[in-house]
Design a binder for this molecule. Structure first.
Ligand SMILES: *Cc1c(COP(=O)(O)O)cnc(C)c1O
Length: 374
């Protein structure tokens, strides 16, 4: 299938992905840090294989995914970079780690013992919990040292942690997390262990620069796709210049004129205040349009904003195109992206839908065809 036939599709620009990657790489190079490009969750909906290929072309040495399964998919597609598996491994996945040369992040000292038994020779990154209280080992430096000695067949190549609130400058949490990391690092060093690689920062801690957290590498996802979350409080200016790489479009299946007083869609909550021209779009919440955009979101039709009227349904969404009477079945409408001077990005959609841009991007469902442009 090509774009002229697709009912609902995204276009991902390889050159924008590449430019965003270079923007991150150049920003952190000043501090001697390198980039781990995060391509988990199918590259935040952009397509992990195509995105990884574009990143490898830019010289990306490290990629990160969530699961062993995601890492295996990249290896099967011929991706040669180091691949960090960040969201935990299952006891039965040890074989695949070795077979596909994946580097797991481990989150407990128990896991270190398990890998020492089952996966001799493997390199791992140890994540420490510096206060987010999700993944990461909560242990004393002395306990970590004892576990390292008890696991001589595992090489701890990296020491890492993850921020809970890096864009929130009303919170002390980021400073506290950085202090906890440095304290753990110096205790470990004093006890004779220094990890060759240390990493902590994701997009927000790069964009609103926390240079003391850039360390050897930064792990950025959102920025690679062209986004930086809005900051809270007195944040420094964002230093990254990145642009959204993905546009999301659908087609009109039907256009109709409805008289004043017509109720549109399930529930009948939207009542046409006057005669209206309605277009029915070939996309709904099963494609990832947030249901919360019902009666409050908008799309771009004919180069103008067109409000969503009535509920977003599973496969269809109704919009008001009274201002664009030239639109007809088969015409393309932009859910996320740009037409001329008018644009809508995942951040704006998220704000209207009461969610976050990550959720909008990852929510674009598998049935939406992905196309790649230069
Ligand atoms: C997803 C993730 C990242 C990337 O975060 P962004 O905000 O998209 O840059 C980094 N580290 C870990 C552990 C993650 O889970």
């Amino acid at each position: 299938m090509n774009i002229p036939q697709a009912r609902c599709y995204v276009e991902v620009s390889r050159s924008i992905i590449a430019a965003n990657y270079r923007a991150v790489r150049d920003a952190v190079a000043s501090e001697g840090a390198r980039v781990i490009a995060v391509v988990k969750a199918d590259a935040y909906g952009h397509g992990s294989i195509e995105v990884s290929k574009a990143l490898v072309e830019q010289g990306a040495e490290w990629l990160a995914v969530s699961s062993v399964e995601e890492g295996v998919a990249l290896r099967r597609a011929g991706i040669p970079s180091r691949i960090l598996v960040m969201a935990g491994i299952m006891p039965w996945e040890c074989g695949a780690l070795a077979e596909f040369n994946l580097t797991p992040v481990i989150h407990s000292l128990e896991e270190l013992r398990l890998l020492n038994e089952r996966c001799a020779g493997i390199q791992v990154h140890l994540k420490i919990d510096t206060g987010m209280n999700r993944l990461g080992a909560l242990a004393e430096a002395s306990e970590i040292i004892a576990a390292l000695h008890a696991a001589p067949r595992v090489q701890v190549e990296g020491l890492m942690s993850h921020f809970a609130s890096a864009a929130d400058f009303t919170s002390e949490q980021t400073d506290a997390q950085i202090a906890a990391f440095h304290q753990m690092e110096s205790s470990l060093t004093r006890l004779g262990f220094a990890a060759p690689i240390r990493h902590f920062a994701s997009t927000n801690a790069v964009a609103y620069p926390r240079r003391d957290a850039w360390m050897s590498m930064v792990r950025t996802g959102h920025a690679i796709y062209g986004y930086v979350s809005p900051a809270r409080g007195h944040a420094p200016h964002a230093i990254l210049r990145v642009r959204p790489a993905l546009s999301w479009r659908t087609r009109i299946v039907l256009v109709k004129e409805v008289p004043a007083g017509s109720r549109i869609g399930y529930g009948g909550a939207f009542v046409a205040p006057s005669r209206m021209r309605i277009a029915v779009l070939s996309a709904g919440y099963a494609d990832g349009i947030p249901h919360r955009l019902s009666n409050r979101g908008k799309v771009i039709a004919g180069g103008r904003f067109a409000p969503i009227v009535g509920p977003v349904s599973m496969d269809l969404t109704t919009i008001d195109i009274t201002a664009s009477p030239e639109m007809k079945p088969g015409d393309v409408v932009t859910i996320l992206g740009r037409e001329g001077d008018v644009s809508l990005d995942a951040q704006q959609i998220a704000r209207t839908a009461g969610t976050i841009s990550y959720n909008v991007l990852c929510g674009i469902s598998a049935r939406v065809k992905r196309f790649y442009i230069d």
